[in-house]
Design a protein around this ligand. Structure first.
Ligand code: GCB
Length: 603
């Protein structure tokens, strides 16, 4: 059985890597009944060209492309390097939102549902080394009640056109928003590596497990190399524990990474394949109401983020990535949540290298039909045959498997969040979530598990929180309720938090709190939407947090303004950013900086 997600392609002495980013030809399927098969021929001369990586929606000045529902196709020619005749080679797409297909010439070679995790096609038997082939990738952005995230396709009454609706508050960007690779591995190669670290006194333990393609009789050799390039430990075998004496721990704000290098070595001592995993040695544990990293209480400061920038949409961009981490450092943020889907793997690697702590979330957002007022007068039934059902749960299960398969080795990842704001107060929530929590723990017994709880599912109404390790709460007292009245809001917030504290005695992280704020709008009365209101509202929350024993962290919603679907509640997107969409600080940024740098310094 193959690992769900193969190791991120890497250039090593045994592996090669060709980046396929750049301009691809681009076209849309004309409708659901479109029977043309655009992958069977080169796209016509004069076709549109679309950059990869980027979401396609905002690239063109064309409302039909922006609002398109269905398949879109990207195409380019690719050469397989001529030196690869003895190798096995793959095309890998880091993401295709939400359903992707890889065609090599006329042939469909891979298909994958789930928009934020990689998939790949083994093309070895279909293209000879040295030859050129036509690579077409189809991407479909449709969401239904049985996908993760869920959505619904409505039919325009007058036009008959299809309209994608959904219950989540960010734009349904689509396309190839992350890199595409062509890469080679030796026929006999390492398919998967799992490392789990532990600490005993001064000794670091790296428990590892390696999966090799084909039942080779070759040896597996391990070496662990420190940041100075010194080999600090050796071992052999497909499974075991390597010990690092006088270990340097991976710490929040002070990353230290060892290279865990695994090699397949043949009987003559020749290295057949080698792969290296950047490994931070650290432990994570919840004890009472404390979240412990390396057995020390950790207090999360930071944000729920989005992959979102102008023009690129969700396209991964190195400049924005580095700048965002710079801003987090500037403001004293020690952590973030990958709200509301797994982020590009480059982001996870960066967090590992820079000591930023991550709560890693699945794309299960919007499992809540009552939230957007869709339910009319009747009690909403989110968990039912016509809405979130067994097939949705299967898709959710798959999203958990893929997230853990991809991100399990990241030291930065200290907790899994398996959903955002599900209707956890509704009938059926427990039956739906219990098996998912169990699965998460089976797949990774080492990390705490959480979900982000919605305001409606108060400590009295929520039906699932006892299944989890940490109470992550999204609350908008002063914004969606007690709007503009921070005195009322303060009382309501404190009551709610004390309720959770008393009932569960677990660490509480305020995983969302914030106010829409128009940069440049000012108000001496600190009325909603002004920069003054955002600042005063955050201050109010902080006063309450500081009165509670169980608070283990605060993530403001959101790091930056971001795009949403059009609607009467949003002006060119959600404006709860502490930074604007182009990453300029709003007034509240300075108060956060003062508070968070102080919190970090005092720990
Ligand atoms: C939430 C959601 C988040 C929204 C936010 C808001 O609770 O988790 O996705 O963007 O509220 O601003 O309404």
């Amino acid at each position: 059985e193959q690992p769900l997600i193969k190791l991120k392609p890497q250039r090593t002495s045994s592996r090669e890597l060709v980046n396929l980013d750049g301009l691809w030809k681009f076209t849309l399927a004309s409708g659901v009944n479109d029977t043309s098969q655009p992958w069977t021929a080169p796209f016509p001369r004069g076709s549109l060209e679309c950059p990869v990586p980027a979401s396609y929606n905002d690239i063109f000045v064309d409302r039909d492309i922006h609002d398109h529902v269905g398949w879109a196709y990207y195409q380019r020619d690719v050469f397989v390097p001529k030196g690869w005749s003895k190798e096995q080679y793959f095309v890998r797409a880091e993401s295709a939102t939400h359903h992707g297909r890889i065609y090599v010439n006329d042939r469909l070679l891979a298909e994958h549902v789930g928009g934020y995790t990689p998939f790949e096609a083994d093309i070895t038997d279909f293209v000879t080394a040295g030859d050129k082939f036509r690579l077409t990738i189809g991407v479909n952005n449709e969401l239904t009640h049985e996908t993760i995230p869920p959505g619904k396709i409505e039919i325009g009454e007058g036009t008959g056109k299809r309209i994608q609706t959904y219950n989540h508050d960010f734009y349904n960007y689509a396309g190839l928003a992350r890199s595409v690779w062509l890469y080679s591995v030796p026929r006999q190669h390492i398919e998967d590596i799992t490392v789990v670290t532990d600490v005993e006194g001064e000794t670091g333990l790296v428990n590892y497990k390696i999966k090799v393609a084909s039942n080779s009789t070759e040896q597996i050799k391990i070496s662990v190399i420190d940041e100075d390039g010194v080999v600090v430990a050796n071992s052999s075998g497909a499974q075991g524990t390597v010990k690092i004496n006088s270990v340097k721990l991976w710490q929040p704000g002070a990353a230290y990474l060892y290279q865990f290098v695994a090699s397949i070595v043949d009987s003559r001592g020749k290295v057949v394949d080698t792969y290296s995993v950047a490994t931070g040695v650290r432990t994570v544990r919840v004890s009472g109401s404390k979240f412990l990293i390396n057995d020390k209480p950790f207090y999360f400061t930071g944000f729920g983020k989005h992959e979102d920038t102008a023009i690129r949409g969700k396209g991964h961009d190195q400049a924005y990535m580095v700048h965002d981490f710079q801003l987090m450092d500037w403001i004293g943020a020690n952590s973030f949540r990958t709200s509301h889907y797994p982020y590009a793997e480059e982001v996870m690697d960066f967090a590992d290298r820079h000591g930023i702590v991550v709560i890693d979330e699945t794309p299960a957002v919007g499992l809540n039909i009552g939230l957007l007022g869709v339910s009319g007068g009747e009690a909403p039934k989110t968990f039912s045959q016509d809405n979130i059902n067994n097939n949705t749960q299967k898709a959710h299960e798959q999203s958990i498997r893929e997230l853990i398969s991809r991100d399990k080795n990241h030291a930065s990842v200290v907790m899994w969040s398996i959903a955002n704001e599900p209707a956890s107060q509704e009938d059926g929530a427990r039956e739906y979530f219990e098996p998912l929590v169990k699965l998460t723990r089976e797949l990774d017994p080492t990390r705490p598990v959480t979900f982000a709880n919605v305001g409606l599912a108060t400590y009295e109404l929520d039906l699932i929180s006892d299944l989890f390790d940490v109470d992550c709460l999204n609350r908008y007292f002063g914004w969606y309720s007690e709007t503009g009245d921070l005195e009322e809001a303060e009382i309501a917030l404190e009551k709610e938090l004390r309720g959770w504290e008393k009932k569960f005695n677990k660490p509480i992280i305020m995983s969302e709190y914030g106010a829409d704020t128009i940069a440049g709008l000012h108000s001496t009365l600190a009325l909603p939407w002004s920069e003054e209101f955002q600042e005063q509202m955050l201050d109010m929350y902080h006063r309450v947090f500081d009165r509670l024993e169980s608070m283990a962290g605060e993530h403001v919603w959101n790091f930056a303004d971001f795009q949403t679907t059009v609607g009467t509640m949003r002006v060119d997107g959600n404006k709860k950013g502490v930074f604007t969409r182009d990453r300029k600080p709003k007034m509240a940024a300075h108060g956060l900086k003062a508070r968070w740098t102080n919190i970090t310094a005092s720990r």
